[in-house]
Ligand binder design. Structure first.
Ligand code: GLN
Ligand code: ZN
Length: 761
């Protein structure tokens, strides 16, 4: 029985790589300094895995920015605008592709499957001349070997690489990316030959796209690719690794018939049906890498249950051919529990970060080999028992209330047009009403105030005074700008999820539980460990304070249940929807308290609703159903005259438009600034959206200040498709990352554009 790790976080236990990268980018340290930090991180990770007893240790899972960009560098697929002229790709070209430079913007970034990690999308076309332009894979293999650690080099598989690419600018949108297979395979052969020559005996190809709903043409590309590679791969053990979901039947057949491949890796945490496929037949003599330790969460594995699963699998494939593994790369979990100084011991005993997961994988492998570490297993069982019975986890009243929601529907009693009429009577807004999404610029001073309050360096009175002053400044500014529906600016919030999590029961926070989001950027998701409830109002004080400063409507500002869920580490001892319903009930209480306190417009942000959409189509309807239901629960109890807004951070919702309509919000503001066309096409195709809608009229992600004409032009485009009495005018997201010198003129032009058009309507 052997053990394997699919991949490991690169940032380091205290984000060492982040700081080294940012210092290098700022010109404060040299390339050599950066390389040294990176090499130290790699060596400590390899040693840690070796010490933990892991047999198959991955290499080439380190990256200075992104593993897909590394593959692009290996293939020499540098878009021409970066001016690369050949030779080994260095930091200049590499980081220009990742982040852009003074004259050229970065390559596009997009979400890695349904994770919060973002990869750099390869831009390909018939003209691309591929060449072996980065020897990183073989260099890292040799580097580990020199340290006395034998590793399994990991490459992104050729078919997944192409399926994750997009046609470059100027290339026909319908260009078949898979037609490039015969051009990239020669490079893959060179890489494999190099690795072989360096002494590698195993190699891992990550082909996660195999879990998607792929048609037969795409599946055939896998068969073709590995047949072509077969002779080069001969003499090596070859693992094809899949993760993030069940593997569909057809894909399973294709995978297990691939030429030259000797081992298959499966995510058995998310892929519960894959188990049945394996039971139904597994090729003789091949290896099964069983991903039973969750790479996407922070909970300690249930070792006893895993042993049972592994025993059953061993019965099918034979003990010698079974390898215990993680469900996916540990990139998607936090790094090391050792650095958590603020979590209490009880909660800590329930958790396992990447470093602890290594130990779990090895303990499982040893147990299967008849060498069970009984003390370790006993401690694990005790931790699981304590979590089940802990009063901190269970709140019976909440459980009951959430259970009562299942099966029933929750919807406001009247339809949206009736409600909009009632609201208009109360709010008396002009046509094309203007508003913003919530946050105003977060100045250094503001961050200092929050930090010092948290650290007890300033008193509550001083803190409240400072925040009130800030709110007052933001309110006055909006009045001067003549914005119609105001916001308080969210100066008291560090993060839109953390702020609520800190005030709800059932949440815990880490100090170093960082997960890479993209490049040097990391997020620190809260941990939802118990039943969620709201001990007391969370935003009422600030919203009413803000409302008291103006006679214009002040929007109450909340984060929605689905977004809180999707941006947290969620408990796995109950279905996700149950946790979501619990959060929904807590937000519902807050909405009703805001209404009672005289707040007539309440925005419930669902920035991350789309993010939770399952990868497989067959599972999407169920998710959308409970997600949308959760949102409706939050505001089912308000009067017709209370206007409910929601906000979403993307515009490509064409495929989930029905769910957006089902949310039954009165007004939705959405990000739109990068593609009017895509969004508007939905409505052009006849989708009826009776609610108010505010497609962002300018991009807040850029420092650029849009002119009045430009904004008016965009509003006009929208008016061609949408009715004038439903259209709102707003930026496309919160303003917290911008400076006042950008926000003031941009909003001024936005209001001017709205006024200009009102005259014409
Ligand atoms: N209300 C939040 C803000 O303005 C929304 C942020 C978001 O959509 N990501 O900051
Ligand atoms: Zn947004």
């Amino acid at each position: 029985m052997a053990s394997h790790i699919v991949g490991y976080p690169r940032m380091g236990p205290k984000r060492e790589l982040k700081f080294a990268l940012e210092s290098f980018w700022d010109g404060k340290s040299s390339a050599e300094d950066l390389k040294k930090v990176a090499a130290d991180l790699r060596s400590s990770i390899w040693k840690q895995m070796a010490d933990a007893g892991i047999k198959y240790i991955p290499s080439n899972t380190f990256s200075y920015y992104d593993q897909v960009l590394d593959a692009t560098a290996t293939l020499g697929a540098v878009p021409p605008r970066y001016g690369w002229t050949g030779g080994e790709i260095g930091f200049d070209t590499y980081f220009s592709m990742a982040r852009g430079n003074a004259s050229v913007p970065a390559m596009e970034m997009t979400k890695w499957f349904d994770t919060n990690y973002h990869f750099i999308v390869p831009e390909l076309g018939p003209e691309v001349k591929f060449s072996y332009a980065s020897h990183k894979a073989v260099e890292e293999y040799k580097e580990a070997k020199a340290l006395g650690v034998e590793t399994v080099p990991v490459l992104i598989g050729p078919v997944s690489y192409l399926l994750l690419s997009k046609p470059a600018k100027g290339v026909d949108k319908n260009f078949v990316l898979l037609s490039l297979l015969n051009k990239i395979l020669p490079i893959y052969k060179e890489v494999v030959s190099d690795l072989k020559a360096a002494g590698a005996s195993w190699i891992q190809f990550d082909e996660p796209t195999l879990v998607m709903d792929l048609g037969s043409d795409k599946l055939k590309a896998f068969s073709d690719a590995y047949s072509e590679l077969e002779s080069t791969l001969s003499g090596l053990n070859v693992l094809v690794e899949t993760y993030f979901a069940d593997i569909p039947d057809e894909a399973y057949k294709t995978l297990t018939a691939l030429k030259g491949v000797t081992a298959y890796g499966f995510d058995l945490v998310r892929g519960t049906k894959t188990f049945d496929l394996i039971k139904g037949g597994f090729p003789k003599g091949k290896f099964l890498f069983a991903g039973v330790v969750d790479g996407r969460n922070i909970w300690a594995n249930d070792l006893a249950t895993s042993v049972n699963i592994l025993e059953e699998l061993a019965g099918i494939v034979g003990k010698d051919n079974l390898v215990v593994s993680t469900s996916c790369s540990l990139l998607h979990t936090a790094v090391d529990l050792v650095n958590e100084t603020k979590l209490d011991n009880e909660i800590k005993s329930w958790l396992a970060f990447a470093a602890q997961k290594l130990v779990e994988v090895n303990a499982l492998a040893k147990a299967l080999a008849g060498n069970k570490d009984t003390a370790f297993f006993a401690a694990n069982a005790a931790a699981h028992a304590s979590r089940k019975s802990s009063p901190r986890v269970t709140n019976e009243a909440v459980q009951k209330a959430a259970a009562a929601l299942k099966g029933s529907d929750h919807r406001r009693a009247t339809n949206v047009s009736t409600r909009l009429d009632a609201q208009q009577k109360k709010l008396n807004l002009p046509i094309l009403p203007t508003t913003t999404i919530g946050s105003f610029p977060q100045t250094v001073e503001l961050r200092r105030v929050r930090r010092e309050y948290k650290a007890n360096k300033i008193s509550e009175d001083e803190y409240v005074k400072a925040i009130k002053e800030e709110i007052n400044k933001v309110v006055k500014l909006q009045e001067e700008l003549d914005i119609d529906v105001l916001v308080h600016g969210e100066p008291e919030r560090n993060d839109m999820v953390e702020y609520f999590g800190e005030q709800l029961s059932g949440f815990a926070f880490t100090v170093n539980g960082w997960v890479q989001s993209y490049g040097s950027r990391c997020v620190k998701p809260p941990i939802i460990y118990g039943d969620v409830s709201r001990p007391k109002p969370m935003t009422v004080f600030w919203s009413t304070t803000a409302q008291s400063m103006t006679s214009r409507p002040m929007k109450g500002m909340l984060t929605g249940p689905v977004t809180i869920l999707n941006w947290s580490f969620v408990r796995v001892d109950q279905p996700r929807f149950e946790t979501c319903y619990q959060i929904a009930l807590a937000i519902k209480d807050e909405v009703e308290d805001l209404e009672k306190a005289g707040i007539n417009v309440i925005q419930i942000d669902e920035a991350a609703l789309r993010e939770g959409l399952p990868l497989r189509k067959s599972e999407q309807a169920f998710y959308l159903d409970w997600a949308v239901h959760s949102f409706r629960i939050t505001n089912v109890g308000v009067q017709d005259t209370t206007q409910i807004h929601t906000h979403m951070c993307y515009s490509n919702f064409n495929d989930i438009i029905q769910s957006i309509i089902d949310m039954d919000a009165d007004v939705i503001t959405i990000e739109n600034s990068r593609s009017d066309e895509k969004l508007l096409s939905v409505f052009r195709e006849g989708v009826k959206y009776g609610a108010g809608i505010g497609p962002g009229v300018y991009d807040i992600h850029s420092p650029r200040i849009p002119s009045t004409e430009e904004i008016a032009d965009r509003i006009n485009k929208m008016l061609a498709v949408l009715e004038k009495n439903v259209l709102w005018v707003n930026p496309d997201c919160g303003l917290k990352t911008r400076k006042y010198t950008e926000v003031n003129p941009a909003l001024k032009n936005m209001v001017a554009a709205a006024k200009l058009l009102r005259k014409e309507l």
